[in-house]
Design a protein around this ligand. Structure first.
Ligand SMILES: [Zn+2]
Length: 443
């Protein structure tokens, strides 16, 4: 008989879209999550689940809270060490901060160290699934996949392809990019929890033959995802018509090469046209909203209401290193704050924040049937949060009146010091005091 585990804890999840349903947030004060074979077999009030499965071994986490594992829909692994480069515009930051560090990934040892620390940082912040920009170098991108595979995280990534605009050492011919991408797909796509994403850096750095090559990869392999950037800064957008004079707008560039649709996540979209929003919704292309990055690089305030009203799926991305760190809770808070000061902002209550960092992300990366909430049948990807004694969060939680207030406090105050254990498919990928890096090195 398969051993079953019953986690007893207050838990939250959003099984449905919190922008469409006011009752999307499901909370259980004395909750029970029954895990069997790495999946949620039952979820609900502890007493009821206990009665149905009296033989299950109980894990008592009543001193904390459990949330579904976070899904980071936009993050760059080579940029771990350049977090904090404040005060620049996007194109200036790319040239002087991001791209020099991206070039260092040619050194496989440096890239491997970065990949291991990157994966450890995701797990330590409660992120169980991430759509990750790889490197411009094949060996560095392979190092990321290997680190993610060893750690047990769900990582969707790919070789970043570009053949102009950046630095010569980051450019590759479409032919070479095709060869390297194909090899990485063969080695890593659908291996364990890994998936491959075709990853043109952005329209400015990809010629039409390169974009065509990306479309060829999609046609040749089942189940690939696509990730790139769109409509991030006004100065960037102004370059698009010079390079693609036939394109009506930025999105049209990607549409022409078959790079949009339900398998695609486009980062930012701070400055979309109404037509672009309509086409994103119709094609079920998702947007990774990266509020810290948008603010840090001065790109503007994300028009969330226009996206939601148009029916576009939006999730959250930390955009390390244009953003300010790996914390998805912090990123949710930043989204909330930006919407508070937006002229047409939406109220991101705890239900919507929970939805954005879990269920919406799962849908965006095409894993909505597998992860994102605690309905029976889902993989048991979860985060156990318990603030340190005497922390501000512990003080606040000692006096809140409702679970919803607790969740608001968690989004406001919980950092990695409050992330006690993280599981993917029921298996621990992070425990406080036992960072994943240590386990990797021990192998
Ligand atoms: Zn980015």
């Amino acid at each position: 008989m398969t051993p079953v585990e019953l986690i007893r804890a207050p838990f939250f999840h959003t099984p449905v879209n919190a922008f469409r349903d006011d009752l999307a947030l499901v909370c259980h004060e004395d909750g029970g999550l029954l895990i069997r074979d790495g999946r949620i077999a039952e979820s609900g009030d502890f007493a009821a689940v206990r009665q149905a499965f009296p033989g299950a071994a109980v894990t008592d986490w009543r001193d904390g809270f459990v949330l579904p594992g976070f899904v980071d829909t936009h993050v760059h692994f080579p940029q771990l060490r350049i977090l904090g480069g404040l005060g620049r515009t996007l194109l200036d930051w790319l040239e002087h901060v991001a791209l020099p560090e991206e070039a260092r990934m040619a050194d496989v040892a440096y890239a491997t160290g970065t990949a291991n620390r990157f994966v450890g940082s995701l797990a330590a912040h409660g992120t169980t699934t991430a759509l990750v920009f790889g490197s411009h170098f094949s060996a560095a991108t392979a190092a990321l996949f290997e680190a993610a595979g060893a750690a047990g995280l769900r990582v969707i990534s790919g070789l970043v392809v570009s053949d102009r605009y950046l630095r010569p050492e980051l450019h590759q011919s479409p032919r070479d990019a095709y060869r390297d991408s194909t090899e990485l797909i063969r080695r890593f796509h659908r291996h364990g929890r890994l998936l491959y994403a075709v990853t043109p850096r952005f329209a400015l750095s990809a010629s039409e033959p390169m974009l065509e090559m990306c479309g060829t990869l999609l046609a040749e392999h089942e189940g690939l995802r696509v990730q790139t950037h769109i409509n991030e800064s006004v100065a960037e957008i102004a370059e698009v018509p010079k390079l693609f004079p036939w394109a009506a707008d930025y999105l049209a560039v990607y549409e022409r090469y078959g790079l949009t649709g339900a398998r695609t996540v486009l980062a930012h979209d701070v400055h979309p046209t109404d037509s672009e929003l309509e086409r994103l919704a119709a094609g079920r292309t998702s947007i990774a909203h990266c509020p810290s990055s948008n603010a840090a690089l001065g790109n503007g305030i994300f028009p969330l209401r226009r996206h939601v009203d148009a029916g576009v799926t939006c999730a959250i991305g930390t955009d390390v290193g244009g953003g300010t760190g790996f914390g998805m809770l912090k990123e949710g808070l930043q989204a909330h704050l930006m919407q508070r000061v937006a002229a047409d902002g939406m109220n991101l209550d705890p239900a919507r924040l929970c939805y954005l960092v879990t269920r919406a992300g799962a849908d965006a990366v095409g894993l909505g049937d597998e992860i994102g909430d605690f309905r029976p049948g889902k993989a048991a990807d979860l985060v156990y949060i318990r603030p340190p004694a005497e922390s501000s969060l512990a003080e606040v939680l000692s006096r809140v009146q409702s679970l919803e207030e607790s969740l608001a406090a968690i989004f406001t105050l919980a950092g990695p010091e409050s992330v006690r254990e993280v599981r993917v498919a029921g298996q621990p990928v992070h425990r406080a005091g036992e960072p994943i890096q240590g386990r990797l090195l021990a192998r």
